[in-house]
Ligand binder design. Structure first.
Ligand code: UDP
Ligand code: MG
Length: 328
């Protein structure tokens, strides 16, 4: 070791905080993000920033490598391709060494200035501190509305209570991170997994800012699929609904059958009823296909889980380099 202040990587070293930042095509904004992160983290203690390059096809990776030349607290995990935000976050959590871990978006929609508040709540004894959106700026009415409906639906159907209006922006204590890392399912709905582990939880309010640069990676199809993921990973309610729907239709048909019999006995049978026959047939056909679809959603997920593939592949991992003698 040439000099005690030279940057080193120490496997045993544990910073107080790890900041996990999944990034896909964020080259435009990431320098500005890192600067604001540094300013916010400076007074808080030792820390590392773990950037996960989720298969970007712009210069996100080079930009982080460049930042890392000057800032030894930066670690970079390059995934072998795009695995999606949920898995990128998991990769970050797997590599995080801090006593507390903060998950934050790279697009400055989650302002780093909120982190000291999260830390204060953690220091006062909470294991999980969620940042809850007081307002959402720069998002369409439809997105706000769909998010609202989804969170209400999830709260009312599943056993796991998702905190309201809370994204992935949060702080977790070491024991929570370890618990989350034990959940290795392929279909990862992180907000649900975070809620599933439990532990003392609190929320801090903040105003969600519009994106600083770049574009959102979400569209309504992706959001719909994320919602399906959330529902199917945490509740079997749709299967139950299918059962009861079948039951109700069966009961109704018994009633209708009785009516037909009585009517035939009283007034004879004039063969009519082509329109009603068609309606009933199409209605039942529709319900059957729909319930098959619901079963299929669950079956497909079972299929994916049974393959037991690794969640992600790391193409390259550049760890944070820690100065031995200096405090950070
Ligand atoms: N992201 C990622 N992989 C993806 C999609 C998104 O790592 O496949 C990152 C993205 O770079 C950002 C965060 O996840 O840091 C949130 O993404 P985005 O801003 O597109 O989502 P929104 O804020 O609109 O929900
Ligand atoms: Mg965003």
């Amino acid at each position: 070791m040439p000099d005690a202040l030279a940057p080193h990587f120490h496997p045993e070293y544990r910073p107080t905080f790890s900041v996990v930042i999944p990034a896909l095509n964020e080259a435009e904004g990431i320098v500005g993000f890192h600067q604001r992160l540094v300013d916010a983290m400076a007074p808080l203690g030792t820390w590392e920033a773990i950037y996960i390059d989720d298969g970007s096809d712009d210069t996100t990776r080079e930009t982080v490598e460049f930042l890392r030349l000057d800032d030894s607290r930066i670690a970079l995990i390059s995934l072998s391709r795009n695995f999606g935000k949920e898995i990128a976050t998991t990769a970050g959590l797997d590599h995080a060494r801090g006593e507390a871990v903060i998950v934050i978006d790279a697009d400055l929609q989650d302002p780093p200035e909120v982190i000291p508040e999260l830390v204060a709540a953690w220091r006062s004894g909470f294991d999980m501190v969620c940042a809850r959106r007081r307002t959402r700026q720069g998002e369409t009415v439809l997105k706000k509305l769909t998010a609202h409906v989804f969170y209400r639906l999830m709260r009312n159907t599943g056993r796991v209570k998702l905190p309201r209006d809370t994204g992935d922006f949060r702080l977790m204590s070491r024991r929570v991170v370890e618990a989350v890392c034990k959940l290795r399912e392929q279909h990862r709905f992180m907000k649900g997994l975070f809620a599933w582990v439990g532990f003392p939880t609190t929320t801090v309010l903040y105003d969600r800012a519009p994106r600083e640069a770049g574009h959102t990676k979400w569209n309504y199809w992706k959001l719909w699929n994320l919602a399906l993921e959330g529902i199917t990973s945490f509740t079997v309610m749709p299967l139950k609904i299918a059962t009861y729907l079948g039951l109700i239709v069966a009961l109704l048909s018994v009633g209708y059958g009785a009516q037909v019999v009585v009517k035939t006995l009283l007034f004879g049978n004039s063969v009519a009823g082509y329109p009603s026959l068609m309606t009933v047939m199409l209605f039942l056909g529709g319900i059957q296909l729909m319930t098959l679809g619901v079963i299929g959603e669950y079956l497909g997920r079972i299929f994916n889980e049974t393959k037991q593939r690794p969640l992600y592949l790391v193409e390259r991992f550049l760890p944070a380099r820690v100065r031995v003698a200096a405090g950070e």
